[in-house]
Design a protein around this ligand. Structure first.
Ligand SMILES: Cc1ncc(COP(=O)(O)O)c(C=O)c1O
Length: 394
């Protein structure tokens, strides 16, 4: 049966990890895979997570099945974290999923099941997995203009002009904050215009928010989302606890459906349960229990928020250092965009030749397209990185 399966090409990011690991140079720098690292190059378990795990261990709970919707307490907590204070709260139904990836897929399956002729519009560029997830669910995928490669900012006029031509068969996939891979977020004015266009044209906003708290702060990062939540009847959200709780491998996320009535939202969630039953059935329990324990406990919540702020401060300090070093090395403001971008990444748009030179000559590993994981750097690597960029004329 399986002999005809061809040998796969290999995931470019995963093969970069292997190459990096096998590189014997001491000064090598890994800016590839999108995980947060501390100053020692470690992706730490957050203290709030360890403390919550202790609480769960002491509670001596059960490992029995949880049910198709996952942990309902977690669903409630994560909904509050995203939509608290908005009019969407009482017409929202939430499903715990295996990461935001699981949420993206379940929502895509729901859309494909309900409106199979839908086209999903993703930003150009977008998270590397958006297209395959949507396509594997059977949906048509098209791209909308997003990043201006020259300014490294969002070309809002071009993007909005495209949205103005969409209709009720269209789904617009937006990054809630900290756009991956570019780091360029749109203005609140653009969010407002999207809300108006969604109402006028009838397209469905699909907001993927995988980095809440890693941009300007937990509440600030939902400002765009809240504009949609308060003004648009129907939209969906995929969210992740991989980055902001550091729970990458625990596969903790959620899919939220907001409709004009709670009944419609709950029926949609029930449909997703049926679809999940046909694949992974139920989400894993541990990560969700940890998140819920943190969000329900004032003390743990405060510890977690403090840790998240410290992560942000570290990344923003690196961004400021990069801007300063680049200004000094190039006598120009060409790289100021490092300071304007939000979250873990910045897309430099450097050529494939430059990416290859950085790897071969300096042991600096960057993924195709030139995305730099700023959150993977430490202060001592800023100067060598800038010098390498300047020396190859990137
Ligand atoms: C924009 C975006 N969406 C979704 C995901 C998937 O997150 P998870 O690890 O929760 O599946 C990522 C992960 O990098 C992402 O960057």
């Amino acid at each position: 049966m399986f002999q005809a399966i061809p040998t796969p090409k290999g995931d470019p990011i995963l093969s970069l990890i292997t190459e990096f690991r096998n590189d014997p140079r001491d000064q090598k720098i890994d800016l590839g895979i999108g995980v947060y690292k501390d100053d020692h190059g470690i992706t730490p378990v957050m203290q709030a997570v360890t403390l919550a795990e202790q609480v769960l261990l002491n509670a001596n709970g059960t490992k029995s099945y949880q049910g198709l919707t996952g942990d309902e307490q977690y669903n409630e907590s994560i909904t509050q974290l995203l939509l608290s204070g908005t009019s969407a709260l009482d017409r929202c139904a939430t499903l715990q999923t295996p990461g935001a990836s699981g949420a993206l897929r379940m929502l895509a399956d729901l859309i494909a099941d309900t409106a199979p002729n839908s086209t999903v519009w993703i930003s150009n560029p977008s998270y590397v997995n958006h297209r395959p997830i949507m396509e594997k669910a059977g949906l048509t995928v098209k791209e909308y203009s997003y990043l201006d490669a020259q300014t490294k900012a969002v070309d809002e006029d071009a993007m909005l002009a495209q949205f103005a031509a969409l209709g009720s068969n269209d789904v617009v996939l937006l990054h809630g904050c900290c756009h991956n891979p570019s780091g360029a977020d749109m203005s609140l004015e653009a969010w407002q215009k999207i809300a108006e266009l969604a109402n006028k044209q009838g397209f469905l906003p699909f907001i993927d928010i995988a980095y809440q708290g890693l941009g300007d702060g937990l509440e600030e990062d939902t400002k765009g989302l809240h504009i949609i939540a308060n003004q648009v009847d129907e939209f969906v959200i995929s969210t992740s606890c991989s980055k902001n709780f550091g729970l990458y491998r625990e596969r903790t996320g959620a899919a939220l459906i907001v409709s004009n009535t709670l009944t419609a939202a709950m029926n949609s969630r029930a449909k997703m349960c049926e679809l999940a039953r046909g694949s992974y059935s139920m989400p894993p329990a541990h990560g969700a229990a940890v998140v819920d324990t943190i969000l329900r406990d004032d003390n743990l919540n405060a510890i977690w928020r403090k840790e998240l702020t410290a992560m942000n401060t570290r990344v923003n300090g690196l961004r400021a250092a990069l801007v300063q070093e680049f200004q000094a090395a190039t006598q120009s403001n060409r790289f100021d965009y490092f300071g304007e971008h939000k979250g873990m990444f910045t897309l430099t748009c450097i050529s494939n030749e430059h990416i290859a030179q950085l790897k071969e000559q300096f042991g600096i590993y960057i993924v195709g397209g030139g995305r730099i994981n700023v959150a993977g750097l430490n202060q001592s690597q800023v100067k060598p990185l800038v010098e390498a960029f300047v020396s190859i004329g990137a």
